[in-house]
Ligand binder design. Structure first.
Ligand SMILES: [Zn+2]
Length: 603
């Protein structure tokens, strides 16, 4: 699919250059003959967005103009008053900008539950990148076991094993926005090694590397890690360099939730730089933050270190969701050793009094050896229960550990661990562990783009029963409201650049991210005075407001403020993609046993 699209893309630019002004028509593809071009009526545009303030994504100041869209692409920008169009949108008083790119979208499963992803499109998101450590594939062996609870929670059946098969599943179903994915190192480890805390054997490492090549050839955009969540922390830096080095020749990127975002931040940055340097690969630091009260105020030092790495020639960049609370698995409060063997083993250890006592002791002991979140938070009032799986615990959603402990008459840390046991380790929580000055400073850096770090969701149906971090609905509009309109920390044009051209450049999406003739028509139209988040920590399931039109590949998914239900999204396969998805030919647990082996390197 992607190959075909790329060919048509090249052709499309020739075709699109021709019809607007006959005199400007160039190239053999413009028309069968000059006479025909002169006499045939100009094909109408599918959509004209007229009279808007065009913020083109590059950071340049807005300008007035009309945008003409045909066959999914931007066909003209200029004065189109007399041009014919099947649909004409009056954007007077509104901003017309490229669709927003979510650098960490997390929707690989929920897009199968509600392909429209209302929480995303009402923010203006038209493309998301996903696959943080755990990716949708490879989906075999222990990776399949570990994904089982999440899949069951969403009522899904994983009828794919490889990334190629997952992408094919998305295309069969149709998706509301564009989606690209990394292959996650956690998944690779789970498939080949399981959940154990040990290094791979040389043969196992070879299998993991082969799986990276296979994923890159099926369209992964790179290799990712989430080094805070077991079994990922069991990987050495050398193991990660080996995996990243496989993705590099394909044009892949190494993206990371670093090993520490708190007390071990400096070492974690150094590890990221080393991986970029030794694997010869660009690195993206996901959700850049300094976590933990003892680290507040350290963002200037973090920025200085990243800028020094960039000055030294390493291609390092980052992204942020710009809230002072993060959201993750509550099991991250449990030290990595207690996750050895996987989630079931962790829950067993929490049920065993002696082992639990050791876990509690480690949690209460400050350490830079692991990201000790209990040590990082100001107190149990800073931990808010978000998503639970056990229906009996649903009343706890939206409550803090401090409040629950009080009502249960128990110690806060014991309460947290009790909830993990009662919810079989599934619970997700918001943690207020950052400082606003650090958050703002990160957002203002020119190489920092934006992520939602939340799966696409909806106020309705099964997804609406969850209690997510408000960023799930609010990240991008909140930046426009708070940092642009209210606090004047960012210009509108700079915010839009962070939402569009910067991430497109980062992800090598050369035909998106800017409003320019010939590029895909991912376009948003919004009222700059009204755009705002409505989602809060106490009431998160609220769609953002102010987004009037959102077009994905030229097709409205929001039309005059209303969701259309259209599914015009594309799977955006990475630069290593070499062909159609491979057949499901491998037995589970034998990822390289198929007729085509573990993939053939094309570069
Ligand atoms: Zn993360």
């Amino acid at each position: 699919m992607s190959r075909i699209l790329r060919h048509s893309a090249a052709l499309g630019i020739c075709l699109l250059g021709a019809p607007l002004f006959a005199a400007a028509a160039t190239g053999a593809a413009a028309a069968p003959s000059a006479a025909a071009a002169a006499s045939a009526p100009e094909a109408p545009f599918d959509v004209i967005i007229a009279n808007g303030r065009i913020v083109d994504g590059t950071g340049s100041p807005w300008y007035s103009g009309d945008l003409g869209i045909r066959d999914g692409r931007i066909a003209a920008i200029g004065k189109l008053t007399h041009a014919r169009a099947k649909r004409r949108i009056d954007a007077a008083g509104n901003v017309v900008a490229p669709g927003f790119i979510d650098m960490l979208g997390q929707s690989e499963y929920t897009i199968l539950v509600d392909p429209r992803l209302p929480s995303k499109i009402y923010q203006g998101i038209t493309t998301e990148i996903t696959g943080e450590g755990n990716s949708a594939a490879p989906m075999t062996g222990h990776a399949r076991e570990e994904a089982a609870q999440t899949l069951e929670h969403y009522g899904l059946k994983a009828d794919w094993q490889t990334l190629g098969e997952y992408f094919a599943r998305l295309e069969r179903q149709g998706i509301g926005i564009n989606l690209a994915s990394y292959v996650g190192a956690t998944s690779l480890r789970e498939v080949v090694i399981g959940g154990e805390n040990r290094p791979p054997t040389p043969a196992e490492l070879d299998r993991m590397r082969a799986l990276v090549r296979e994923a890159m050839e099926q369209g992964a955009v790179g290799v990712s890690t989430a080094l805070e969540y077991a079994p990922a922390p069991y990987a050495s830096t050398e193991e990660l360099i080996a995996l990243a080095a496989e993705a590099a020749p394909y044009g892949g990127i190494y993206a990371t939730h670093m090993r520490s975002e708190g007390d071990g931040m400096v070492a974690a940055l150094e590890e990221t730089f080393r991986i970029a340097r030794e694997a010869h690969i660009p690195a993206e630091i996901w959700h850049l933050k300094v976590a933990g009260k003892s680290n507040w105020g350290h963002m200037p030092d973090v920025i200085r270190r990243i800028e020094a790495a960039r000055a030294g020639g390493l291609d390092i960049s980052a992204d942020t969701y710009a809230y002072t609370a993060w959201f993750n698995d509550m099991s991250a409060f449990v030290p990595p050793w207690a996750h050895d063997g996987g989630n079931e083993k962790m829950v067993e250890r929490l049920k065993d009094p002696a082992t639990r006592a050791r876990i509690v002791k480690d949690i209460k002991t400050p350490s830079a050896a692991w990201d000790n979140e209990w040590d990082e938070v100001p107190g149990p009032e800073s931990i808010l229960i978000g998503v639970v799986k056990n229906p009996a615990l649903r009343p706890l959603q939206g409550q803090t550990i401090a409040a629950i402990a009080k009502s249960r008459g128990k110690d806060p840390l014991e309460t947290l661990l009790d909830i993990l046991v009662e919810d079989n380790g599934y619970t997700g929580c918001a943690v207020f562990g950052m400082q606003e000055d650090d958050v703002t400073l990160a957002l203002l850096q020119p190489w920092v783009s934006v992520n939602n770090d939340s799966s696409g969701t909806s106020p309705e149906g099964r997804l609406g029963e969850e209690h997510p971090h408000p960023r799930a609905y609010g990240t991008f509009p909140r930046i426009l409201r708070k940092y642009v309109r209210e606090e004047h920390r960012l210009s509108l044009e700079e915010a839009i650049r962070k939402f569009s051209a910067l991430p497109a450049q980062r992800m090598r999406l050369a035909d998106r991210g800017v409003l320019k003739r010939g590029l895909w028509a991912d376009v948003v139209v919004f009222d700059p005075a009204a755009i705002a988040d409505r989602s809060t920590f106490s009431s998160p399931n609220e769609l953002a407001v102010g987004m009037r039109w959102v077009l994905v590949n030229g097709v409205p998914v929001i039309a005059d403020g209303q969701m259309t239900g259209a599914r015009p999204g594309q799977v955006l396969r990475g630069p290593g993609y070499i062909g159609p998805p491979r057949p499901m030919s491998r037995p589970p647990g034998d990822p390289c046993g198929g007729p085509q082996g573990c993939g053939k390197k094309s570069l």
